[in-house]
Every structure is written in structure tokens, then in C-alpha cells.
Design a protein around this ligand. Structure first.
Ligand code: ZN
Length: 419
């Protein structure tokens, strides 16, 4: 087998092995581990130049040693190192997001009857409480509904009086039972008609108290006052005094702005990472970015026909009212728990080899570790969070591509030689 003595070790194991007092045990475990590559002055089985093919099998945190031809060659390549930043990061998905009103707290105010606008009490931007008058409409239908109720109510009162009279007479056996039955039926019919007329006014938006007032005052005016169904801010107004308000037409929109919605467009390859309940952090605006955070409350079950994106929705706090509908920006969906040993590096520091990520850690002027790492988060622009490197280590952040190219050259020269 080619793998005799080819076991690559992580930095700690190597340190332990080379300084261990218990060398008998170490050498009995891995035969040939102590052999030195004379040419590159590193342990034979971890010489990346002589055994580049071993790089593929490295696990996260494991490494090969790569000695460049000379320190001159290194300085010529312009390699620069830096210590990675300790990452305060969680794995996440970066998506496009747009702010919209929370439609669970948005009311469209539309008249149920057509009429002429007589008064407008509020304007865009104004705060209203639930029940506040927004607009008054003059409508013939309102007048006829009120008139119908008033006259039916008068009729029912008469029938009720008649009913009571028949009961008295029946008690004294003056009139027949049949007369009483007829009177009672008429009474019930009249009461039913009143209820229907009352319901019609309720449907038109009148409250019970308003209906009582109409009856008491015999008010058959054609005026209807439309009130705010919820507390919030007027975000839309399409009502002008004197104009005709049509049914089904929005006169106002009232929105509770204490929370907003974020529409998140998730690309298909990220779709299965996103779930309801995940936290979202979004930022908007160029100057002094506006931040928003909240939780995903809904994920679509199908992709957008045109966009080919999966839409998810997050409800975000807007107590300071800085978010505005239509704002556009990026959002980070936190898809997993924070990794305590993750560090952050410039994205260029991480190089791909056989589709796996590696970095170069500086050991000496011309000696580097080719370290296998694991990419943890790529959501930040030009930054990447990885595991497999300690914050105290010097990693090539400029020229990593050149370093990888040098390493790949050695791979062309050396085959996998059996030991
Ligand atoms: Zn070598």
C-alpha cells in the first residue's frame, strides 16, 4: 500500500510527537515517522513537496509541510501573512431582502357603499387609534337603510302593542285564541324585519351604539363615518372632499409600523438550509446602515415562477420607525449555532485544491503548512469563517494563490512513490 507512513498529522500531534519523552510508544505506533526528508528538512511523511498527493486526504486541521525553494522566492512572490480574527459568527445564508408592511397589521379602508366624500379627518403620516373617525361619506344608500330601520322599528312597536292588547283580551276570554296567534305572528315578523334592517347598518359599518342613536334621534341622514379598525399610521390616502368614493376602492391604508415584514429571496441551492424560526439580521441604506433583526415566520412551498427564488418572510422589530416599506438590502439568515473555534480570514486566504479548502500557515521564512480547513460561513463580503486554524497562527492572506500554484507545480513533478 502507498499509505505506509503516509499518515498526516495535525500540528498538535506533531508537536507532541517531536517533543515527547515517550518516544518508544510513538515510534511503535507509526513506523517510519521519524524519517527526515533530507531535501526539504521536514519529516518525510509530512513533506508536501515530496508527497503532494497526501493533501487530498487531509482532514480539517491536518497539514503537510511545504518548503519553498528559497526565502528569495518567497519574498519575490510577495506573500503576506496575518493572524486570523476570532470569529463571532454563526453559519448563515446571505440573501436579498425587501421591507414591506406587516400585512397582519395593515388595514385597507374601503367604503361598502358608494358615496360622495364630505369630510376627510386624517392625512398620510398621521397616527390614529382604533375607532378614530377617518372620513365621512354621503350616500343615498345609507339614508335608505336608516329610513328602513326607523320605519320598521315604528311598525314593530305597533305590532308589539297590538300583541299585548290581544293577550289581555284573551285572558279575559273576550277574543279568540286565533286572534292572539295572528297578532303574535305579526309581532315576530316585525321584530325580525327590524333585526334585518339593523344588520344591514352593522354591515355598512355602523356600531350598535350608533344604531341606537339613529333610532332615538330618528336620524335618517345620508352620512356615514368610517373609522380606523386598528391603531397605527396612515400610510396611504386616496380620499378628496367632493369626489365619489367607490366600493372596493382603497380610501386609506392604516399600518401598525411597530413591526415590518422582510421578504427574503433565497436561491435554490440555499433553500433547504432555511426554516421557520431562524433569526435574520438585515441592513439597509448606504449612509449609516439601518439594521433590522427578527425571525422567519413563513417559508413559501414553491419557487417564484419568474425569479426562481424561494420567498421567505421574517417579521422584524421597527420600534424606532427607521424601516420603510420598499427598502432594499441584504439579510443574513442564521442557519446554525455559533462555532466556538471558528476564525475569520480574508476570502482570498482560502485556496481550493481538489474542491477542498486549504490555507498556508507560516512556520519559517520559507516553510509553510498546507492546512486543510473547513469553511464555516461565507455570507460576509470578502470574508470567510473557517475552522482548522488558531487565532495565534500566521496565515498567508496575500499571495495564497501564488503559494498554491507553487505547491501544485511540485505535484506535477512528484508522483505518489511507494515507500
Ligand atoms: Zn521532501
Amino acid at each position: 500500500m502507498t499509505l505506509v507512513g503516509c499518515k498526516a498529522l495535525d500540528a498538535e500531534t506533531i508537536a507532541a510527537a517531536t517533543t515527547s519523552d515517550d518516544e518508544e510508544q510513538e515510534s511503535s505506533e507509526s513506523e517510519g515517522e521519524d524519517e527526515i526528508c533530507e531535501e526539504h528538512q521536514v519529516l518525510e511523511n509530512e513533506c508536501g513537496i515530496c508527497h503532494p498527493q497526501k493533501a487530498e486526504a487531509l482532514k480539517t486541521g491536518q497539514e503537510l509541510k511545504v518548503r519553498f525553494e528559497s526565502t528569495k522566492a518567497v519574498s519575490k512572490a510577495g506573500l503576506q501573512t496575518a493572524k486570523p480574527r476570532v470569529a463571532d459568527t454563526q453559519p448563515s445564508v446571505r440573501v436579498v431582502s425587501e421591507v414591506s408592511y406587516n400585512e397582519n397589521k395593515l388595514a385597507r379602508i374601503t367604503p361598502v357603499v358608494a358615496g360622495i366624500v364630505r369630510e376627510v379627518y386624517v392625512d398620510v403620516g398621521q397616527s390614529v387609534e382604533a375607532g378614530d373617525a377617518l372620513i365621512q361619506i354621503h350616500s343615498a344608500e345609507i339614508a335608505s337603510a336608516k329610513t328602513a330601520l326607523i320605519s320598521l322599528d315604528v311598525d314593530a312597536a305597533l305590532q308589539s302593542q297590538e300583541c299585548r292588547r290581544e293577550r289581555r283580551l284573551a285572558k279575559k276570554k273576550i277574543s279568540s285564541t286565533r286572534d292572539l296567534q295572528v297578532a303574535e305572528a305579526a309581532c315576530r315578523t316585525a321584530a325580525m324585519a327590524v333585526n334585518m334592517a339593523r344588520q344591514k347598518l352593522l354591515n355598512l359599518g355602523f356600531t350598535d351604539a350608533e344604531i341606537e342613536k339613529i333610532l332615538q334621534q330618528q336620524d335618517a341622514s345620508a352620512l356615514l363615518t368610517i373609522r380606523a379598525p386598528l391603531s397605527g399610521t396612515i400610510v396611504y390616502r386616496n380620499a378628496v372632499v367632493g369626489e365619489v368614493a367607490q366600493t372596493g376602492e382603497d380610501l386609506f391604508k392604516v399600518a401598525d409600523l411597530s413591526t415590518m415584514w422582510l421578504s427574503l429571496s433565497i436561491p435554490p441551492d440555499k433553500a433547504d438550509q432555511v426554516q421557520v424560526g431562524m433569526h435574520v439580521i438585515a441592513s439597509f441604506g448606504d449612509s449609516g446602515p439601518t439594521k433590522a433583526s427578527g425571525v422567519i415566520t413563513w417559508v413559501a412551498t414553491s419557487f417564484g415562477e419568474r425569479s426562481r427564488m424561494l420567498v421567505a418572510r421574517a417579521t422584524v422589530d421597527n420600534a424606532d420607525r427607521k424601516l420603510r416599506a420598499g427598502m432594499f438590502g441584504y439579510a443574513k439568515i442564521l442557519t446554525g449555532p455559533a462555532h466556538e473555534s471558528a476564525v475569520t480570514l480574508p476570502a482570498d486566504a482560502v485556496q481550493q485544491f481538489e474542491n477542498k479548502p486549504y490555507v498556508f500557515v507560516k512556520l519559517e521564512e520559507d516553510l509553510y503548512s498546507l492546512r486543510r480547513v473547513q469553511v464555516y460561513d461565507r455570507s460576509e463580503k470578502r470574508q470567510v469563517s473557517i475552522t482548522g486554524v488558531r487565532p495565534t497562527e500566521d496565515v498567508i492572506v496575500v499571495g495564497a494563490f501564488t503559494a498554491m500554484s507553487e505547491f501544485l507545480k511540485s505535484r506535477l513533478g512528484a508522483g505518489c512513490v511507494d515507500e
